[in-house]
Every structure is written in structure tokens, then in C-alpha cells.
Design a protein. Structure first.
Length: 367
């Protein structure tokens, strides 16, 4: 007989260890620096939630009834307008759906779309760990690949791409996106493009996968988040857009599963999506921090690879990523080892731009 607790442990046991615990010794070492730790390891926003968004949340706080899984009419319109402006100008044929941040969606998307044992999901060779977790929760097989030609005869049901990438900051050009869409359609697979850093371009201009679809979104989904654009990681606010049939299917399942964005957060999302001023200001903050950190890491002899867009610098000293983490920790700077993001990342570390101006200046002064 399998006990209920045993069955629960079996699901958790199939998932990777939560890697951040392994960073604790480096964190303790960095904290011993006389001028204090500069934590550049986790990409969590540190700047305030813009007033316009906080006001909308407060205004909507008397929310006794159940919210709609599909989002209010006004929220759906706000998402549509944003997607139209940033991703698919002039086309109305896409579906939209709010999500409770994008991490839950990433973790449950394969399951929600009926992917399971015997199916294969392709994820980037170095990537956000939750793609793999989602495939494991669904009981499917994961393959890490950046090139379609590297894929064998496996029954691929879904392909994740992420541009600008976490952790590398790599941007996929439109021609690459087009090829992935064609490849997937020929095989009946779904392409899911995680674009949560789309609005942070530096030396390259990332484009949405929806922009290469010529108004026909079959088999294509784009994932967006307000966590970084609007400092809303604490609100849990994201959305998905693309193939209307797939979005309808997701809505149907999510309704049953209670995956509902809280009403006050829906109101806050409307305010956030309708205001580009705060997003421009936040982008400027990250741009300034990026320049300081970039110069400092180059001065210290690091190579910086990709990092053309997004919230991170992908740096290397040509050694094992844990050795670099320790070297930086001795200088009071905490970073994330590239090994967290896949075996191909084990000679790099990820440097987040999400620290205050004061802490970023402190880090830059240590080289
Ligand atoms: C590539 C990528 N996708 C999705 C997420 C999830 O973000 P959130 O759940 O805050 O929307 C993150 C968070 O860091 C990320 O880096």
C-alpha cells in the first residue's frame, strides 16, 4: 500500500533540488564584507511599486465576490492593447488570458495542455529552471536544445523559447523565431515564447514571436509578466496571448482549477498596462545599473557574453561557475552560478541588475 504522504513525496522527489540552498555558504561569505553584501543573485525587483498601480489596487480592495478567470472586460482590453502595441501590431486574431504571475503558468502549462508521459518538450540548453519542472510535473520527457536540427525523432509536443533569455540575455532574431514556428506547425507542436524581458532592450531589439506570425497565431503562445516591467513580482501578475483555440483551452481548464488572478490585482494590472511612463523610468534605472556593472566586470577581467537585453549580465572568467561565485563572494558580491540553468552554463555566472543604485555603486567600487 502507498500512503498518501508517500505519494506526495513521490511527486516532489521527482523534481530537482531547490538549488538556491546551495548558495548559502557563498551568501554567508559575502555577508562578511565590511561594506555589506551586494546581492545580485536573484532577479527580484527592489524599486517601489509605482503609485498609479498601488492606487488602483487600493481602489479595488473591496472585492468580496469571485473574480473571473478570464479577467474583467477592461483587463482583457488592456492586455489586448498592450499586446497589439508591443507584439502583434494591427492584428486582433489572438486570444488573451491573465495568469497569476508567469511562474505558475510555466510550471503547469504542459499539464494544462494535456502533455504527458511519452511526449517530449524542448527547452533551451541554458534556461529558467521552471521549464524543466513543468515538464517533470506533466510526466513528459525534457530535451535541452537550441537548434532544431539537433532534435531526433522524438514526439515533440511543445518547444519553449525565451528571448531575451534568462540567464544569458541572448536575443533570438525574427528569422530564427519564424523557423521555430514553421518547424512546430509542420509537426503539430506548440511553440511557447517566454517574453517576460521583452521590454528591456539594450544592444539588441528583441521582438515577440507574435510579430512574425503575420496575424495567424496557430500553435503559438507568448508569455508576459508585469513582475519586472512594473515591479509587480509581489502582486503575481502575468498574461498569455496567442493561438485563440489554445487560449480557450487553457481558460476552460484554469476555470475548473481555480487559477484566478485576484480582483484587486486585475485592477492593478489595468493601471500598469495603461501606463508606459513608470515602465520607461524603470528601464532607465536598469540601464544605468547595467552600465556600471558592465564596466566593473570588464575592469575585473571578466568576459561578458550575450547580455544584449534583459535583466542579467552573463559573465565568465573561464573557470567553473562555483569558483567564480566564491571569488565574487570574497568581494561581498553574490551571484548565481550558471550551473543552476543547465549543464552548458557551468562556466558562467549570472549577475542581476536588480539591486538598488547604492548597492550597485558599492559593487562597482569593489573591482
Ligand atoms: C524567464 C522567466 N520566465 C518567467 C519568470 C517568472 O516570473 P513571474 O512569475 O514573476 O512572472 C521568470 C522570473 O524570473 C523568468 O526569468
Amino acid at each position: 500500500m502507498v500512503s498518501a504522504a508517500g505519494a506526495r513525496r513521490a511527486l516532489a522527489a521527482g523534481l530537482p533540488d531547490f538549488p538556491w540552498d546551495r548558495l548559502e555558504p557563498a551568501k554567508a561569505a559575502a555577508a562578511r564584507h565590511p561594506d555589506g553584501i551586494v546581492d545580485l543573485s536573484i532577479g527580484t525587483p527592489v524599486d517601489p511599486v509605482p503609485d498609479v498601480i498601488r492606487a488602483a489596487l487600493a481602489e479595488a480592495s473591496n472585492a468580496p465576490g469571485y473574480p473571473l478567470t478570464a479577467g474583467t472586460v477592461r483587463l482583457r482590453e488592456a492586455i489586448r492593447d498592450w499586446v497589439d502595441r508591443w507584439c502583434a501590431p494591427g492584428s486582433a486574431a489572438f486570444g488573451v488570458l491573465p495568469t497569476i504571475g508567469s511562474k505558475e503558468l510555466v510550471a503547469w502549462l504542459p499539464t494544462l495542455l494535456g502533455i504527458g508521459p511519452g511526449d517530449t518538450v524542448v527547452i533551451p540548453s541554458v534556461c529558467y529552471p521552471t521549464y524543466e519542472v513543468g515538464v517533470q510535473l506533466a510526466g513528459a520527457e525534457v530535451v535541452r536544445a537550441d537548434s532544431l536540427t539537433a532534435l531526433g525523432p522524438a514526439r515533440v509536443r511543445m518547444i519553449w523559447i525565451n528571448s531575451p533569455s534568462n540567464p544569458t540575455g541572448r536575443v533570438l532574431p525574427p528569422a530564427h523565431l519564424r523557423k521555430v514556428v514553421e518547424w512546430a506547425r509542420e509537426r503539430g507542436a506548440i511553440v511557447v515564447s517566454d517574453e517576460c524581458y521583452l521590454t528591456l532592450p539594450w544592444e539588441a531589439s528583441p521582438v515577440s514571436i507574435l510579430s512574425v506570425c503575420d496575424g495567424v497565431f496557430d500553435n503559438v503562445l507568448a508569455v508576459h509578466s508585469l513582475s519586472k516591467r512594473s515591479n509587480l513580482a509581489g502582486y503575481r501578475a502575468g498574461y498569455i496571448s496567442g493561438d485563440p483555440a489554445l487560449v480557450d483551452e487553457l481558460l476552460a481548464v484554469r476555470k475548473h482549477a481555480g487559477m484566478i488572478v485576484p480582483g484587486p490585482v486585475q485592477a492593478a494590472m489595468i493601471a500598469a498596462l495603461g501606463d508606459e511612463t513608470h515602465a520607461d523610468e524603470q528601464r532607465e534605472r536598469y540601464a544605468r545599473r547595467r552600465v556600471l556593472l558592465r564596466e566593473a566586470f570588464l575592469r575585473a577581467g571578466f568576459s561578458i557574453e550575450h547580455s544584449e537585453a534583459g535583466l542579467y549580465l552573463w559573465v565568465t572568467r573561464g573557470e567553473d561557475s562555483w569558483a567564480t561565485v566564491d571569488w565574487l563572494a570574497e568581494r561581498g558580491i553574490l551571484t548565481a552560478p550558471g550551473a543552476f540553468y543547465g549543464p552548458a552554463g557551468e562556466r558562467h555566472v549570472r549577475v542581476g541588475l536588480t539591486a538598488t543604485d547604492e548597492r550597485v555603486a558599492a559593487a562597482a567600487a569593489r573591482f
